[in-house]
Design a binder for this molecule. Structure first.
Ligand SMILES: [Zn+2]
Length: 219
């Protein structure tokens, strides 16, 4: 998961309380969430929807409340629906959602699972960990093309891009210029806008040298 910064002014169409997923709402959310599902961090998924963080259950206020609208892919939306309505809030700028759950990337493209570990006993963190575990590790799917296995492969691709940069940074023949270039590329990979940034950030956080060099970019 990644922290998103919500614009405070609600999109205009919400005021009429007729449509919660108008074009202005959708494009504002795409900007805030960098075109990513806020749960699985897939960039530009096939199927992305405006989601209610807390189910509205017919409550008008909750249905059209700007702060209750998020951007999620259908699969995550579907998995979350049933039992995960009190998870950590990625739009809460006082809460570091990325550090709340340790994300360990797969080490092969067809790994059976990825590890997700809560870093505190906070019930919201525990519940979010359970949700993410189901998202990345189960084959529950509404769309056959998108499954846990598909996501793990995509995470691996991203992890592989990181490994290329780590290798070139630590190469014994790397020039200063090459090292700088690798650092700039790592910065892109750990940015909140990048796919599966939580997995990639944890790799950097675990590296003594890169963790320190990149600490200013772990916003
Ligand atoms: Zn998703």
């Amino acid at each position: 998961m990644f922290n998103a910064i919500r614009i405070s002014q609600p999109p205009k169409s919400l005021a009429a309380k007729q449509k919660y997923d108008g074009d202005d709402v959708y494009s504002a959310l795409c900007k805030i969430f960098f075109d990513k599902c806020y749960i699985c961090e897939t960039k530009e998924p096939h199927d992305i929807n405006v989601e209610h963080f807390h189910p509205h259950k017919g409550n008008e206020n909750k249905k059209f409340e700007w702060n209750n609208l998020y951007l999620a892919c259908s699969r995550c939306n579907n998995i979350k629906l049933a039992e995960f309505d009190d998870i950590i809030d990625c739009c809460d700028t006082n809460f570091d959602v990325f550090r709340a759950i340790r994300h360990v990337p797969p080490i092969t493209p067809y790994a059976k699972s990825v590890q997700l570990l809560s870093t505190s006993a906070d019930p919201k963190v525990e519940l979010s960990q359970k949700l993410l575990d189901r998202v990345y590790n189960s084959d529950h799917t509404v769309n056959k093309k998108v499954s846990g296995a598909f996501l793990r492969r995509k995470i691996f691709d991203q992890y592989n891009l990181l490994l290329d940069q780590i290798n070139s940074y630590y190469s014994p023949v790397a020039t200063d210029l090459e090292k700088e270039l690798s650092l700039a590329r790592i910065q892109k990979l750990i940015h909140r806008s990048a796919p599966y940034s939580a997995f990639i950030r944890w790799c950097i956080l675990d590296d003594i040298e890169l963790g320190e060099l990149m600490s200013d970019y772990m916003d």
